[in-house]
Design a protein around this ligand. Sequence first.
Ligand SMILES: Nc1nc2c(ncn2[C@@H]2O[C@H](COP(=O)(O)OP(=O)(O)OP(=O)(O)O)[C@@H](O)[C@H]2O)c(=O)[nH]1
Length: 314
Amino acid sequence: MAIPVILVTGFLGAGKTTLINHLLSAADGRRLAAVVNDFGAINIDADLIAGAADGVVSLANGCICCSLQGDLLRTLGRLMRRDPPPDGIIIETSGVSDPAEIVTSLLDPVIWREAALEAVIALADARALTDKPDLLDDALCRAQIAAADIVALNKADLVTPDELVRARALLAALRPARVIFDVTEGRIAPELAFAGEPQAPREPGQAGRAHGFSTPRFETMSWTADAPLSLPRFQAAIGKLSPHLVRAKGFVAFREQAGRPLLFQLVGERATLGPAPAGRDGAPLVRLVLIAENGKLDADATRAMLEACIEREV
Ligand SMILES: Nc1nc2c(ncn2[C@@H]2O[C@H](COP(=O)(O)OP(=O)(O)OP(=O)(O)O)[C@@H](O)[C@H]2O)c(=O)[nH]1
C-alpha cells in the first residue's frame, strides 16, 4: 500500500513548522517522517522539529520546487525503503516554494504508487492577512493557497473574532471550494491531514505557469557566531534590519543571559525570543538565517551590523 504524503505549504513564517510539530506530537503511535526544506544555507527548521530527529530529513540551501526537486524524490525513495517504512510522510516546503511544482513531481506514476499525495495543507497567517490584506495579491501567496486542499488560517489567537471573519472571507474569495480551518499554533486535527484513502491523482493545475517568481525573488543570508551577543545591540540591529527582511529565524545566545540559548523568530515586524530546543553538539552558538526580497539586503552591511553585536571577552 502506498504511504500517504502530506504537503505543507504557506508563506514565510505562517506556521508550517509549528503545524508539523503538532502533527508529529499528535501522531498517536503512527511513525511519521518529515522532510523539511529551508531556503537558507543553515536548516533551522530541522532543529525545531521536536523529538523526531530520526525521522526528520532536512533539505537546505535551495528550494524543493526547483533546485532541490531531485533531492526530494531521492529522499522520499530512501524513506520508503526504511525498515519499517513510515506510516506517513510530511513534506514542508520552504515559504518561497511554489507547491504546484512539487505536486507535479509527486504525481509521477512511479512515485504515486509508493508515496501517494493525500493532501496539500496551506498555512495562512491571520495576523499578517489582517495587517496586509494585499498579501493575497501576491502571486506566490495565491499559488500556495490555490494548491491547497485544506487551508489552515493560523495565529487565530493574534486577531479579534471580527478580524478572523474578514481574513477567512479573503481566503474564501480566493479558494471558495476549499475547507478553511481557524487554528492556533497549527493545531489542526491530525485526522484531517491523514484522512485515510489517498485521493485519485489530480491534475497538476497551474504547475509551471506560476513559476519564475519562486527562488529568484528572494535571497537568503546565513550568519553564525561562536560567542554570545549583546542583547541591546542585537535588538537595535534587528530594529534596523527588519524593514528590509521578510523573515528571520535562528538560535541566539546573549551575554546578559549566559548559558541560555534562545530561539529568535521574526515574521513581518513581529520579533520574538523564546526558549530554544536542546542544541546540536558542535553547532555554532549563534545561527541565523535572514530572508529578504532580492536586492533589499546589503549583505556586507548586515554582516558588519551583526558582527558588532558580538560581545568580545576583554
Ligand atoms: N501567536 C502565535 N504564534 C504562532 C502561531 N503559529 C506559529 N507561531 C509563531 O510564528 C513564528 C513562525 O512559525 P513557524 O512555524 O516557524 O513558521 P514557518 O511557516 O515554518 O516559517 P518558515 O519555514 O520560515 O517559512 C514562530 O515564532 C511561531 O512560534 C500561532 O498560532 N499563534
